[in-house]
Design a binder for this molecule. Structure first.
Ligand code: DI6
Ligand code: FE
Length: 399
């Protein structure tokens, strides 16, 4: 197997929790068999194909650790309703929101779901993303939720990308279970999880813990079953109000708690103790014109790793740009440039349980990297609507 030596690059490894500036000196990266073999100055060239990076910035490939990428239809009409002043929660209560996408998604075959999702995935890949998390959550029946995750797995077969799937049947209560959330969990979310897990469709379990969705008490049987199956969990928590979903999920050792606009210092303490990553989703904050900022200072003070993701979904975050997610993380949430780059690399990988697989340029990890036509991370984060990608390297090969 030929080795490759990536030389003459400005390397940001995102290793050791630092990603503000390239490493000093002539750092090289040696890859072989799809893995990173060595990082450092003057590496041996024996048997290597030498790739001169032309002085460009070399970073780990971005990881989009929170997307609802697979869905049918679109919700542009609701976008107009919100422009007319109708709040998101009111649209959802009136049968729109997630249920609108449910009606557009139910009954779609796997091929149709893949075809509908590919343009969104391709936009992420064009910005260097090499790992994407894809949730179910718009089928809300066992069959339709499983179909969504079959489509998610299908995306990973037709593109050079790592797809991680998440069971999000507990995204909303469908009309046929109106007022019967507990029954929906018992009759759909849990047996569906069992069937999907048996088919190898599930990498993690998630839920929407919110007044318009599910309470921690209603979610407990589902999370108990995930733990019994040995599946990691995550949660959409404290997005529109404080429901206590964060502390609830930390009790299960959650990989991540996501959104967190209404999270508290006590939530940050619980996350630090559980090793739970704070996944911040500025696209939804921006699209919903939220005003309550996530407690970034508390996450910093308690050493909670912060990740950034697109939350690509048709309602609250129709965003397919990981670069814009970084810019929003800085501009809206006041993250530093280093925190933004860590947020879409090492911390995003950790939010998926992939901290030892991708997200850093370090020996032993998958050779998932991006060469950018810029020289510093600040030039990557500061631009809006500009994609300086020069080459995406996935498992050691230029994709
Ligand atoms: N929170 C969100 O912002 C999305 N899901 C969730 O749990 C909304 C998804 C949608 O509106 O389609
Ligand atoms: Fe989401």
């Amino acid at each position: 197997m030929t080795a490759t030596l990536w030389t003459n690059a400005r390397v940001v490894t995102a290793d050791g929790g630092i990603a503000r500036a390239p490493l000093p000196g002539a750092v090289e990266v040696r890859t072989a068999a799809g893995r990173i073999v060595a990082v450092g100055p003057s590496l041996p060239r024996d048997g290597c194909v030498v790739h001169d990076c032309g002085g460009r910035l070399l970073t780990p490939a971005p990881v989009d650790c929170h997307t609802h990428l697979v869905f049918g239809g679109d919700r542009a009409a609701e976008f107009e309703m919100r422009l007319d002043g109708v709040p998101y929660a009111e649209i959802a209560r009136a049968g729109g929101g997630i249920r609108a996408s449910m009606r557009a998604t139910r009954g779609m075959g796997v091929d149709a779901l893949v075809a509908a999702s590919l343009p969104r995935l391709d936009h992420l890949l064009r910005e260097g993303v090499s790992t994407v998390e894809v949730k179910s959550g718009y089928g809300l029946t066992i069959a339709d939720e499983m179909q969504m995750l079959r489509a998610a797995r299908g995306l990973g077969r037709v593109r050079p990308v790592r797809v991680v799937t998440t069971w999000l049947a507990a995204h909303a209560v469908p009309p046929e279970y109106e007022g019967r959330a507990e029954a929906y969990i018992d009759e759909v979310a849990i047996p569906g999880l069992m069937a999907a897990h048996a088919e190898g469709l599930v990498d993690a379990v998630d839920s929407f813990c919110e007044a318009i969705a599910f309470s921690p008490a209603q979610l407990a049987p589902l999370y108990d079953r995930a733990r019994a199956l040995g599946l990691p969990v995550k949660i959409h928590a404290e997005q529109l109000s404080h429901m206590g979903g964060t502390v609830f999920a930390c009790g299960y050792g959650a990989l991540s708690a996501d959104h967190l606009e209404h999270a508290t210092e006590a939530d940050a303490v619980a996350m630090a103790a559980a090793g739970t990553v704070a996944v911040l989703l500025p696209g939804a904050f921006y699209a919903l014109r939220e005003t309550v900022l996530p407690p970034v200072a508390a996450f910093r003070a308690h050493g909670v790793p912060m990740a950034l993701a697109t939350d690509c979904n048709p309602g609250t975050s129709p965003l397919t740009s990981i670069l814009l997610a970084m810019n929003m993380g800085a501009t809206l949430f006041r993250l530093t440039v280093g925190e933004c780059l860590l947020g879409v690399t090492a911390h995003a990988a950790r939010a998926l349980g992939l901290a030892e697989e991708t997200g850093r340029i370090a020996p032993g990890l998958s050779a998932d990297m991006v060469l950018w036509d810029v020289e510093t991370p600040a030039q990557l984060v500061a631009r809006i609507g500009f994609n300086p990608l020069h080459a995406r390297i996935f498992k050691g090969e230029v994709a």
